[in-house]
Every structure is written in structure tokens, then in C-alpha cells.
Design a protein around this ligand. Structure first.
Ligand code: CA
Length: 225
């Protein structure tokens, strides 16, 4: 889920981005009102965290502009003051919710969850690629009526490959994203897991294969017949 953070206090903006990114969101910050509005209009975001007092363009004006243009992206306003007038102004302008600074990260996360739920967004609980489906809750990989359970790392590797569709995923990318700070992991670990996954794809009788592209990495390919 993509979140845009518009906040001119750079430290705060970056801290919010970090909190969101470490909680499964894909957040990015912009530090002034003008570029905030520009980005917000792009439709690339599922929600916007928006400060009121901004250089370039005021947060309330941004909400107003977006709503006037028919954009319904959920907006969480950040207000420095806890005066009732500030909150009323934020909501009147078309924001969905407001939060007074300073705030706890738990509150930010809870409010964002509520906002994105309110939008009626369906929680994605599976990823599909050609004839295979990966259940994000149970970690089962299935193809038609056959199913196999994936271990933690197998699941993460498969999830990355499937969400990349037919794009190439490099070994280094897999290593960083799946193994992270695990110093013992190496490219051999990636190769081992790729081979486990190949066996599991065969096990469920899928026509999807993990192709190795020398020096580049891996990608999924569908072989009809
Ligand atoms: Ca500000």
C-alpha cells in the first residue's frame, strides 16, 4: 500500500516514512505543499499523511484542491495545534481524519488502518501468477486442486517472484529483502531455496517454472503444454 507523507519538518517526515515502511507500507515523503499536491494528484497513493502548515501550499488548500478535482484518496491531516477550530477546518476541507502532533507511532498506524479500511479497500490475501496462487495468510502454494505449504523463506522468495510477475529478480535483491541482516546467508542460500521452490512447483503440477538468467537472476515463466 503506497502512502504519501507531506511534511516540511524533514526529521518528522522521514521518521513517519520509516515507521510506515517497517510496518509493511510503501511510503515516501515530500517536504513542501506544491510538490505534495503534484504527487497527490498522481493517483499513485492509497492514503496521504498531510501536514497543515507547509511552505508553498497549505495542507487545507491541498485537500480542497484534491477534493475539488474529484480525488477521494483518504487523507490523514497532521495538526500542530489541538484547537477544535484546527480540527474542524481540516475535516471541513475534506480530510478524513486528523491527528495532533506529537503522536505515538501506534496511533498513526491505527488511524491509517482505519482510513484505508473505510475506503472499502479489499485486503489482498493472495497473489496469482498464471496457474498458481500463493495464499498470503496460510503460505500455501496451489495450482488447480493441488496444494503445498511453503516454509517462511520459501514463501518470501516466491512472493517476491510472483509480485514481480515476469520481471527478473536479482539474487542480491532476494538476499537483501528475504534474508536481510542475516550475515550467514549467501547467494548459495538463494540457490537452495530456488531449487526447493522448483520441486514444489513440480509437485503441484504447475506449468510455471523459475528460469535462471545467468548473471541477472530469476524470473517466472509459464510454459503452456
Ligand atoms: Ca509544518
Amino acid at each position: 500500500m503506497n502512502i504519501l507523507v507531506v511534511e516540511d519538518e524533514k526529521n518528522l517526515a522521514d521518521a513517519i516514512v520509516e515507521i510506515l515502511n517497517s510496518n509493511g507500507y510503501n511510503a515516501e515523503a515530500t517536504y513542501d505543499g506544491t510538490s505534495g499536491l503534484e504527487k497527490a494528484q498522481s493517483d499513485a497513493y492509497d492514503a496521504i499523511v498531510l501536514d497543515v502548515m507547509l511552505p508553498g501550499m497549505d495542507g487545507r488548500e491541498i485537500v480542497h484542491e484534491l477534493r475539488r478535482a474529484g480525488k477521494s484518496t483518504p487523507i490523514l491531516m497532521l495538526t500542530a495545534l489541538s484547537s477544535t477550530k484546527d480540527k474542524v477546518d481540516a475535516l471541513d476541507a475534506g480530510a478524513d481524519d486528523y491527528m495532533t502532533k506529537p503522536f505515538e507511532s501506534d496511533e498513526l498506524l491505527a488511524r491509517l488502518r482505519a482510513l484505508t479500511r473505510r475506503k472499502g479497500e479489499v485486503v489482498i490475501d493472495e497473489v496469482k501468477f498464471e496457474d498458481i496462487t500463493l495464499d498470503l495468510t496460510t503460505h500455501d502454494l496451489s495450482c488447480k486442486d493441488r496444494k503445498v505449504h511453503l516454509s517462511g523463506k520459501e514463501f518470501e522468495v516466491m512472493n517476491m517472484l510472483m509480485t514481480s510477475n515476469t520481471r527478473v529478480v536479482s539474487k542480491q535483491d532476494l538476499l537483501t529483502k528475504v534474508w536481510g541482516a542475516d550475515a550467514d546467508a549467501s547467494e548459495n542460500s538463494v540457490e537452495a531455496y530456488i531449487s526447493f521452490l522448483r520441486k514444489k512447483l513440480q509437485h503441484v503440477n504447475s506449468k510455471v517454472q523459475i528460469t535462471t538468467l545467468r548473471m541477472l537472476g530469476y524470473r517466472l515463466e509459464y510454459f503452456e503444454n
